[in-house]
Design a protein around this ligand. Structure first.
Ligand code: ZN
Length: 269
């Protein structure tokens, strides 16, 4: 296995990879409550695991380096349960901007911001809209759960996709940190994941911010009782495979077309 972690390498080794047009994954996560049974590092741990696995899968076709996980994310909606460390949009934007600029100053040109916490999603898109046009680099932001999408179907019994502290995340944490998952009474933690009031919605297609206690008494959405190691291994592999395919696909990083003048695109080929 190649060394794929930025933090494990010597400076000159990182620079050699920059010269080879290596992709950099910058994982972005959170420290936030994940029910009574999972540690608050769940999104940080899973985001790291999926990124490392994805870099290893992609490596033979496209070298990929994983930067340290940014654990500080936007988790205001979890604060009521305790254990949660949230930062402001302004801090999040400033931190990511500085780190992305540091990465590009070393010569890296293709950067995948790999998010593992839903609360960061809107802020990442907003950041890219502003930052991408200013950089001589390509920024792509993904949330691995969304990128994997319907590939998760059929693996979980209680839910189609990964939901907060439910069957999916509990299964993956059973693989990654078995000693930190409290399995003593998972059945008592189940919270129905359908039929409740919309969390972040209003009307037919409108947005409304709400705190998470609006939809769950214990910080769980779904049925941790259904979790097991076999499901966790499959879910981790699907998430990593989806990121690896995104990384390997040349279209992910291709320069935008410019249709104003056909000559422009002929020049670019
Ligand atoms: Zn989570």
């Amino acid at each position: 296995m190649p060394i794929v972690e930025w933090a494990h390498m010597k400076a000159q080794e990182v620079q050699a990879l920059a010269a080879e047009n290596t992709v950099v994954i910058l994982p972005v996560a959170s420290i936030e409550q994940h029910g009574p049974h999972l540690p608050v590092m769940t999104d940080t741990r899973l985001g790291h695991e999926v990124a490392i696995r994805a870099a290893n899968k992609a490596w033979s076709q496209r070298k990929t380096l994983v930067a340290p996980v940014i654990w500080s994310g936007l988790s205001e909606h979890h604060m009521a349960y305790g254990g949660t460390l949230t930062i402001s949009h302004a801090t999040f934007r400033a931190l990511l901007t500085d780190l992305i600029q540091a990465i590009t100053r070393h010569g890296f040109r293709d950067i995948l911001i790999s998010n593992s916490h839903g609360g960061n999603d809107i802020a990442l898109k907003s950041l890219l809209d502003e930052l991408a046009p200013t950089l001589d680099a390509t920024l792509v932001a993904t949330t691995y759960v969304m990128e994997a999408g319907d590939r998760y179907h059929g693996i979980m019994e209680d839910q189609k996709s990964i939901m907060h502290a439910g069957e999916g995340e509990t299964s993956m944490m059973m693989v990654c940190e078995p000693g930190l998952v409290d399995t003593s009474d998972l059945a008592a933690l189940n919270v129905p994941s359908t039929g409740g009031p919309a969390f972040l919605g209003a009307g037919r297609a409108s947005y409304r911010w709400r705190p998470l206690p609006h939809v769950t008494p214990n910080g769980v959405i779904g049925a941790p009782e259904k979790a097991n190691v076999e499901k966790g291994e499959k879910l981790l592999d699907i998430g990593a495979q989806s990121l690896a395919e995104l990384i390997i696909d040349p279209a992910t990083w291709a320069a935008p077309q410019d249709l104003r003048n056909p000559q422009n695109n002929e020049d670019a080929t």
